[in-house]
Design a binder for this molecule. Structure first.
Ligand SMILES: Cc1cc2nc3c(=O)[nH]c(=O)nc-3n(C[C@H](O)[C@H](O)[C@H](O)COP(=O)(O)OP(=O)(O)OC[C@H]3O[C@@H](n4cnc5c(N)ncnc54)[C@H](O)[C@@H]3O)c2cc1C
Length: 276
């Protein structure tokens, strides 16, 4: 097990920030992962960090990073993939073998574990629809296999710790898979900003979180080093030196404004590892 100390948020979270995390454990094997999760207290499991905001300053957080658990094994139209494997690599490897289906998530910097926990989705499709088996560590510390149907919903996947998943994909050609990825990436680029963020800040509701925030004229609002994107109001960008507090202040402005103007309560899509 690799152990690292005093790691900056900018290498753990795609938003970045000013946090310094006390300890990060990185298991090399599933056995080490399960042992750590069953014996150590207060570990937060981190995948790609693409939906996680880390509190500013030096903190006492203990993170277990799944980064090194990234085995990907193909068997006909199925792929068994460990929780720490990143979606961009997985999707690329699937495309090379002519296995399609996941192209709607091209460009999402998530890990497989995070995508399963959050039931990552886009363009009307969800990651959970492709899972034919999950191996999880349950709250009562039992490793078990779970099969569909799953009780997933919008941005709500499994509650257990994900060890690995098997995905059933669609037999296709490499060219078609690459085209599927390209089309979805082009649609993303047309609508979403470049730069450091955690993707959508709020879950979509009613007319869309971005619509409400935009209607208040909040696009471009900047606090410290964070900004509500001028391109898509549901994205908050780190302009370079943005802190978690800058991010949370913008969240508060947007939530309060939307509540007062539209009577709509926006729900955070991201995970904040501190106290609000
Ligand atoms: C540029 C950009 C675009 C994005 N586009 C989309 C999009 O189109 N659709 C979408 O749904 N999201 C999108 N996101 C948000 C994000 O990628 C997803 O929420 C993703 O599912 C998070 O995965 P992660 O591995 O980075 O999770 P992390 O941020 O590491 O963790 C998120 C949550 O998952 C849990 N988790 C991580 N690994 C495991 C595991 N092995 N077992 C159990 N729980 C685990 C964490 O404890 C935490 O609760 C985007 C983000 C960015 C930066």
């Amino acid at each position: 097990m690799k152990k690292l100390y005093n790691l900056p948020a900018k290498i753990l979270s795609t938003y970045g920030g000013h946090g310094i995390v006390d300890a990060v454990l990185m298991p090399n094997t599933i056995d080490e992962f399960v042992t750590a999760m069953t014996t150590e207290r207060g570990l937060f499991v981190l995948g790609g960090g693409s939906n996680t905001i880390i509190p500013d300053g030096k903190n006492n957080l203990k993170i277990l990073s799944t980064k090194l658990l990234d085995e990907v094994v193909f068997d006909k139209d199925e792929v068994r993939v460990q929780c720490g494997a990143k979606l961009p690599r997985l999707i690329k490897e699937c495309s090379l073998r002519g296995l399609g289906g996941l192209g709607f998530l091209a460009g999402v910097p998530a890990s497989v574990g995070g995508a399963t926990r959050m039931n990552a989705g886009a363009f009307g499709r969800e990651f959970g629809d492709y899972i034919s088996k999950m191996t999880v560590l349950s709250a009562d510390c039992v490793v078990k296999d779970i099969y569909p149907p799953y009780n997933f919903s919008y941005r709500q996947g499994v509650d257990d710790i994900v060890i690995e998943v098997t995905l059933r994909l669609q037999s296709s050609t490499r060219e078609q898979c690459e085209r599927e990825c390209q089309i979805h990436q082009n649609m993303r680029r047309a609508k979403q900003p470049k730069g450091r963020s955690i993707g959508s800040t709020f879950k979509n509701t009613g007319l869309g979180a971005g619509y409400y925030i935009d209607s208040l004229g909040l696009k471009g609002l900047t606090i410290g080093g964070a900004q509500i994107s001028t391109k898509h109001a549901n994205f908050i960008l780190n302009l370079g030196d943005g802190s978690a507090q800058d991010f949370l202040s913008l969240v508060e402005v947007a939530k309060t404004g939307v509540r007062e103007e539209f009577g709509v309560e926006l729900q955070e899509e991201f995970i904040f590892l501190g106290e609000q």
